[in-house]
Write a protein that binds this ligand. Structure first.
Ligand code: HEM
Ligand SMILES: [Cu+2]
Length: 565
């Protein structure tokens, strides 16, 4: 078949040492600032870039919270508030969670976890990354033209009448980011399908890789639809077409369908890789085999499938006919099932485990708590009657920050504490990690918990001014936001300081069983001198494996706890 011929021309996966096609043997710091095709360099490029955007998006959030400290508009002009609102949401989703979780962890880990030397298409991989900085530059540059102001959803007709150059730049930015994620998805699917070491069977694929498979499929189905919608909008703004312009007979609701057909799945796009991180971190730090491996793997695919049929829950108040509301309420509630399967599997994994309360584990447990809360408010919102009541209030803002902030940021942090030793060869400082966790956990809840109450009492979202009756709750929320701002400081210090002078990590500091821990920390170019052979499942903890089953692991004294079970 033509198809398999194309695959056959991919780099061979022999287990003999391979002459290096790369010009260097060790990475120098400046390689990270160049067009580099090594998946590990690209992964770190994604992580560092996205973290920089996280700081920018976070500063915008703090400015908004400063504005919302008082009921009237005194800190930011209304236009600037709108621009911050729009760019904050956009940056946090498209420039932080997606590039960090998929681009960063995906690129770094997938080849290592399947025993490959690189991604299937290394050049394409680098191109995908290098679409991200221009995309971010377009977003930030839009501030010179008044800033895009119509929210991250950019609904017409509002987006047709506000600062148009800025709005067009916003659209081009999202289209670039979307292109990047399509290129990345193709690469992940081919890599996982084709580049596994022969001894790695599908049913022993690490769950993070399963999650990336599901994420990539979802991205391939949904991203082009968003791109199409946005390009039509671009035409409406600049070339006088009227696809969505109601004044000239266009259909605004059609835009909403196109937008949410992507953007609902986008939440799973963000959360599935994070779930993958959870499934790696929890068994390692609880020293127990993951509970329900197959259930977790298949539930990712199930979330991916059902997730494509729920988008109208964002449009319950857009004139959606009642029969549709019923269908989409039911399909939305069904997504809770595979998600619940995962949550129960993790809890069952923790149950009776020998839990090590590392920073990675604390963030993982924190994520469970936050995501369950966000999931519960999600179930209420997925039910049409409740949604109609609290639509466009702070209840919605509370909900999506619990799932997005609690569900994603905690997971990304957990992943960084877990894999930092692999990536840099150095341990992060656990004390600073605890401080970081405590500040983040308290800050998040202080910021977003009061928003449920504001919403139920009727405070509208997306406005810089509100009724003074909501002021007390808003004070709490703004204090929380400042705490969250502060929480980044110990993390940043920890990363920089530990990278330079942290304790040496060794190849496998957590005594984990997936393949990335069988190579050096940090791994050499092309990952292994001799490709590893899989001799046990990825989560077979507590089965005496640390008495030498991992051939490439240097003699780490097994902790007493391993032999106990
Ligand atoms: C990764 C983390 C975050 C994500 C993914 C995220 C996402 C979003 C999104 C999508 C919006 C809606 C924007 C729109 O309606 O156009 C939004 C609004 C907002 N966010 Fe965040 N956010 C994050 C972190 C934060 C933090 C840390 C704070 C506070 C310190 C914050 C405060 C706000 C505020 C005040 C709004 C405006 C709400 C409104 O008026 O509707 N966000 N965020
Ligand atoms: Cu949705």
């Amino acid at each position: 078949m033509a198809q398999s011929q194309a695959f056959d021309s991919l780099p061979a996966q022999e287990s003999a040492p391979q002459a290096s096609a790369h010009p260097h043997t060790v990475w120098k710091w400046w390689h990270y600032f160049t067009f580099n095709i090594d998946h590990k360099v690209i992964g770190i490029q994604y992580l560092v870039t996205s973290f920089a955007f996280y700081l920018i998006g976070g500063l915008m959030a703090m400015a908004m919270r400063a504005e919302l400290f008082t009921a009237d508009s005194d800190f930011l002009s209304p236009e600037l508030y709108n621009a911050f609102l729009t760019n904050h949401g956009t940056i946090m989703i498209f420039m932080w969670i997606v590039p960090a979780a998929i681009g960063g962890f995906g690129n770094y880990l997938v080849p290592l976890q399947i025993g490959a030397r690189d991604m299937a298409f290394p050049n394409l991989n680098a191109i995908a990354f290098w679409l991200v900085p221009p995309s971010g530059a377009l977003l930030l540059g839009s501030f010179f033209f008044g800033g895009a102001q119509s929210g991250w959803t950019s609904y017409p007709p509002l987006s047709l009448v506000t600062a148009n150059t800025a709005q067009s730049m916003w659209i081009l930015s999202i289209v670039l980011a979307g292109t990047s994620s399509i290129l990345g998805s193709v690469n992940f699917l081919v890599t996982i399908y084709k580049m596994r070491v022969p001894s790695l069977k599908w049913d022993e694929l690490p769950l993070f890789c399963w999650a990336i498979v599901a994420t990539s499929i979802l991205a391939l189905f949904s991203t082009p639809v968003l791109a199409a919608g946005l390009i039509l909008l671009l035409f409406d703004i600049n070339f006088g077409t009227s696809f969505f312009n109601p004044a000239a007979g266009g259909d605004v609701v059609m835009y909403q369908h196109l937008f949410w057909f992507y953007s609902h799945p986008a939440v799973y796009l963000m959360i599935l890789p994070i779930f993958g991180i959870m499934s790696e971190v929890i068994p390692v730090h609880a020293r127990k085999p993951i509970f329900g491996y197959k259930a977790i793997a298949y539930s990712s695919l199930m979330i991916c499938l059902v997730g494509l049929f729920v988008w109208v829950h964002h449009m319950f108040t857009s004139g959606t006919p009642p029969w549709m509301r019923i269908f989409f309420t039911i399909s939305t509630l069904i997504v809770a099932v595979p998600t619940g399967v995962k949550i129960f599997s993790w809890v069952a994994t923790l149950w009776g485990g020998k839990i090590r309360y590392t920073s990675a584990m604390l963030f993982a447990i924190g994520l469970l708590a936050m995501f369950v809360l966000g999931g519960l408010s999600g179930v209420t919102l997925g039910t049409a009657p409740v949604d109609i009541h609290v639509h466009d209030t702070y209840y919605v803002v509370a909900h999506f920050h619990y799932v997005l902030f609690g569900g994603s940021v905690f997971g990304i942090y957990s992943g960084i504490y877990h894999w930092f030793p692999k990536m840099t060869g150095r341990m992060l400082n656990e004390k600073l990690g605890y401080l970081h966790f405590a500040l983040t956990f308290v800050g998040t809840n202080l910021t977003f918990l009061p928003m449920h109450e504001m919403g139920l009492q009727g405070m509208p979202r997306r406005v810089a001014m509100y009724d003074p009756q909501f002021e007390a709750l808003n004070h709490l929320s703004t204090y929380g936001a400042m705490l969250l701002g502060i929480s980044v400081i110990p993390f940043f210090i920890n990363c920089v300081w530990s990278w330079i002078a942290g304790e040496k990590a060794g190849d496998n500091p957590w005594q984990a069983l997936t393949l990335e821990w069988t190579t050096a920390s940090p791994p050499a170019i092309e990952n292994w001198a001799v490709l590893p052979v899989v001799t046990h499942g990825p989560y077979d903890y507590g089965m005496g494996l640390f008495q030498g089953a991992l051939t490439e692991t240097p003699a780490v004294a097994p902790e007493p706890e391993q032999s106990a079970t």
